[in-house]
Design a binder for this molecule. Structure first.
Ligand SMILES: Cc1cc2nc3c(=O)[nH]c(=O)nc-3n(C[C@H](O)[C@H](O)[C@H](O)COP(=O)(O)OP(=O)(O)OC[C@H]3O[C@@H](n4cnc5c(N)ncnc54)[C@H](O)[C@@H]3O)c2cc1C
Length: 637
């Protein structure tokens, strides 16, 4: 299969404008003749559904929560990047582009990243227009703070609740269109299959999560904004409901899945505290603006932090990376935390934690400033750990947080199935092998507010749509498939809970396809997953029935998909014999322990084609060219 990225050439500054000019338009009077399905109401799906409806398309929108405004995006804390250069500290569109390509360890498509940096400016204007209450300086200007991998302050924020405030903006725009009758909203409805007719995405099959009713919905195009798959690891910072089912089932219908092994480990999370924990909590990266990361200089030093004198502390990020200090990118900060803990210098009961210390910032700025900047995060930390971070340093450790991999999309955000678009965290597009902090919200909103509404018209205007109805054999086939999976899960009546399988899979993935990987561990995981998956199908115990709200059944379907996805992730990680960004293969590192890329052999996006469960998938490669930011060893020293 030839992967055509459709990325325009020529001067990078004008690529998006020229491309847009060449895209076909649907005239305003004709827009209402087209129906678009949008699955997802997070920042990507919510902004897309609202914008498409605003343009005049008929939109059907789906989410599994009880309200669109409960999408996982609401959890985002720290901020959203934009190259406004309000601080006059040297920022520009080009610098954001440069930082993102470099931060992603040269595994992203240049044209997409430049467009993202350009659109970052429009996003802030759009959100301010909606009334999003970004933090402001005394002068009235919007305030900015710094995030990892950047030496400028370009992160716009609303306390530690940026995702919530941005989502409220998108949600209001969506609600307006629901009220106007342009969007038909289906909450509590889970997409369980994609309907492909004559090679084109024409609809979805869903299950009503309250009544269990299986139904199909048809349209002229389908958009997936269904979020990331970090929960394949069981423990992650994602909302418990986040899952891979929509993209995985689209993958099984023919959409290629790219770079599945590129997962992001966030360096500052509250450490795991016990076997029965089901969720990890993020402490926003913004805290590294003022918090200093350290461990005792000596192994096995169990003194309370206040009793460890300055000379016996190792501020290892400031020591190793003097230019970026505590604001090195996430992959670098995470690996360093693991390294000091592996040396036996970790703190806390498990020894798997490092300190994030605000003592100096409180002394310098005063408690009230820290409270104003991070109050809700400090409160969250204290509620979970019982420790007061104004008095003692936080204990933090890396955890699974975000997935850079996802369905492969071209420059128009269309997958390899014509008419299937993928936006936000669900696609693989702009972050390469490591996403910079505060860039996911930027990407989701760029995709939803600005890119998709432009590119989808080209497809709609240039496609002749055959009339299809719900009696079409492809619709029947999808419904039969979905019904049989549900039935099988309910009828197995085995001995182990869904969660116990999920936990076992997650542990295996964390150990062998987590913060660092090696060929032996990946082979072990690849040897173990198929057996565990078969056992799951023979022995899982799903309580309740189909005709009721049944979270055990919902979870079972999602975990079944995680099993298949996990295998592909390990295969992808094994195939990529290099280290890049969040993909750290222990065999490939520089003498000082940094990721060693192999540009000669691996400068491509790995896009996998499904060939049946248990059959080896086919690998297709999209070569990556770098005309503007030339690949070099990433240095934050
Ligand atoms: C704790 C935390 C803090 C974060 N903080 C930041 C930050 O400060 N800055 C930043 O840039 N990024 C941050 N991120 C990352 C960012 O929040 C996410 O990448 C982003 O919000 C994803 O948005 P999305 O719209 O792609 O998906 P989501 O917000 O995950 O939305 C997915 C939507 O799809 C729906 N859906 C999924 N599957 C189905 C299905 N099968 N059927 C029907 N509906 C379905 C869901 O109901 C939901 O509406 C953070 C992430 C976490 C976990």
């Amino acid at each position: 299969m030839e992967l055509d990225a459709k990325a325009p050439g020529g001067p990078i500054e004008t690529r998006w404008d020229r491309h847009r000019f060449n895209l076909k338009l649907v005239n305003p009077a004709n827009k209402r003749k087209y129906t678009v399905i949008v699955v997802g109401t997070g920042l990507a799906g919510g902004s897309a559904a609202a914008s498409l409806a605003e343009l005049g398309y008929q939109v059907k929108c789906f989410c599994f929560q009880d309200s669109p405004r409960r999408a996982h995006s609401i959890a985002a804390q720290g901020g959203i990047n934009a190259a406004k250069n309000y601080h006059n500290d040297g920022d520009s569109v080009y610098r954001l582009f440069y930082d993102t390509v470099k931060g992603g360890d040269f595994r992203a498509r240049e044209a997409n990243v430049y467009r993202l940096a350009q659109l970052s400016l429009n996003i802030i204007d759009q959100c301010v227009g909606q009334g999003v209450p970004f933090a402001r300086e005394y002068s009235g200007y919007l305030d900015n703070r710094s995030f990892g991998g950047a030496q400028v302050s370009r992160t716009f924020y609303a306390r530690g609740q940026t995702g919530q405030q941005l989502l409220l903006g998108a949600y209001q725009a969506l609600e307006r269109q629901i009220g106007a009758g342009q969007v038909e909203m289906h909450p509590r409805t889970e997409m369980l299959d994609l309907i492909v007719i004559d090679g084109r995405a024409r609809g979805i099959t869903t299950r009503d999560l309250i009544t269990g009713k299986i139904e199909s919905h048809l349209a002229d195009a389908v958009v997936l904004g269904t979020g990331g798959y970090g929960n394949v690891y069981y423990l992650s910072t994602n909302a418990k409901g986040s899952n891979a089912t929509a993209i995985w089932r689209a993958h099984k219908r023919g959409a290629l899945l790219a770079n599945p092994c590129f997962t992001q480990i966030h360096p500052t999370c509250i450490p795991v505290s016990g076997e029965y924990q089901s969720k990890l909590t993020l402490m926003s990266e913004s805290l590294r603006n003022d918090g200093r990361v350290w461990v005792p200089a000596k192994k096995g030093d169990t003194r309370p932090p206040a009793q460890i004198p300055e000379a016996e502390r190792d501020y290892y990020l400031e020591r190793r990376y003097p230019s970026f200090g505590n604001l090195v990118p996430r992959d670098v900060a995470s690996r360093n935390a693991k390294a000091v803990c592996d040396e036996g210098r970790g703190v806390g009961e498990s020894g798997l934690a490092v300190y994030l210390d605000f003592r100096d910032a409180i002394e310098r700025l005063g408690r009230h400033v820290i409270l104003e900047r991070y109050g809700n995060l400090f409160e969250m930390y204290e509620r979970i750990t019982g420790e007061n971070p104004y008095q003692a340093p936080m204990r933090i450790y890396p955890a699974i947080h975000y997935t850079m991999g996802g369905l492969w999309v071209d420059y128009n955000l269309m997958s390899t199935i014509p008419g299937l678009y993928v936006i936000g965290e669900a696609n693989f597009s702009d972050h390469g092998a490591n996403r910079l902090g505060a860039s996911a919200l930027m990407q989701g909103l760029a995709d939803g507010y600005f890119v998709l509404p432009n590119t989808i018209s080209d497809y709609l205007a240039s496609t002749k749509f055959e009339k299809v109805d719900l009696s079409h054999p492809a619709v029947r086939e999808a419904e039969t498939q979905v019904t049989s999976i549900t039935k099988r899960l309910l009828e197995t009546k085995g001995t182990r809970s869904v969660d116990s399988y999920h936990r076992e899979l997650g542990k295996l993935m964390w150990e062998h396809c987590g913060m660092s990987r090696n060929a032996e561990g990946l082979r072990h995981a690849l040897g173990t997953i198929p057996g565990l998956r078969e056992q799951f199908w023979r022995d899982v115990r799903v309580l309740g029935t189909n005709e009721e709200l049944n979270q055990s059944l919902e979870k079972a379907g999602r975990v079944a998909d995680f099993f298949e996805l996990a295998e592909l992730m390990c295969l992808d990680a094994l195939e990529r014999n290099e280290s890049c960004g969040g993909h750290f293969r222990e065999e490939y590192q520089t003498p000082d322990g940094e990721a060693a890329r192999d540009d000669e052999h691996y400068s491509y996006a790995a896009a996998w084609e499904f060939r049946g469960v248990g059959n080896p998938p086919a690998l297709h490669k999209e070569p990556l060219g770098f005309e503007y930011v030339h690949p070099a060893q990433r240095s934050y020293k």
